[in-house]
Ligand binder design. Sequence first.
Ligand code: SAM
Length: 246
Amino acid sequence: MRRFFVPPEWIEEGQASIRGEMAHRITQVLRMSQGDRVVLLDGTGSEYMVRLDEFGKHAVAGTVLAVSQGSTEPSIRITLCQGILKADKLEWVLQKGTELGVSAFIPLICQRSIPRFKSTKGSQRMLRWGRIITEAAEQCGRSRVPDLSPPLEFRSACRSVDGASLALIPWEGARDASLKEALKGHNTSQVYLFIGPEGGFQEEEVEYAQGLGIIPVSLGKRILRAETAGLVAATAVLYEAGDLEG
Ligand code: SAM
């Protein structure tokens, strides 16, 4: 069944009012009709099964048939701080990370980030990234849209780590520090992962992070592409947390 994230105020007293671009999508693109059912998600974790009743020019009205709490959100909150990559690669990370169960994304501006993030196009890019994440969350059955931060300078992102969390920085230089071991010692429900851009981290960036308690870890003997590394690290954390079980 089709799932759509909507603003919570669109659902009131057992009635749903779908507007704007989403109403257009339902009527013109998906060609849904009276009596069809959809699931509306208000972003707080609630899921509303809705029957579509009335099709207007700019709005579709429906009746809420059932309300339930989503059960697909991961038990562990992963914040993926990903060095900014070329546009298509970063978008791929946002989409696949959402499917996997990443809860928040922070695009990182690192010393070796290419291309440099241009603030003039920043808001358009944020909108596009937000759409990619929302559509991926709808498609894979999540009941919350992952948070998306505007790009942050590496050092600011390091300082933003919440003290109760475990923060890891996969780095090729951390040959003997296993991700599994780092996870074992911590009973935390929140993990930050810092991944470098295509050219990797500068050693002084890793030292800075380490000074703030962020732990360098290895992702194995092979060097992974930057867009692979974040997803592999997130998958490993979810696996260790038991979140990839049925
Ligand atoms: N600096 C490297 C080079 O130019 O050969 C490559 C950097 S790699 C493409 C990008 C990022 O992925 C790194 O900054 C690191 O965070 C992560 N990464 C890739 N392979 C890794 C590994 N085997 N162990 C730990 N981190 C890895």
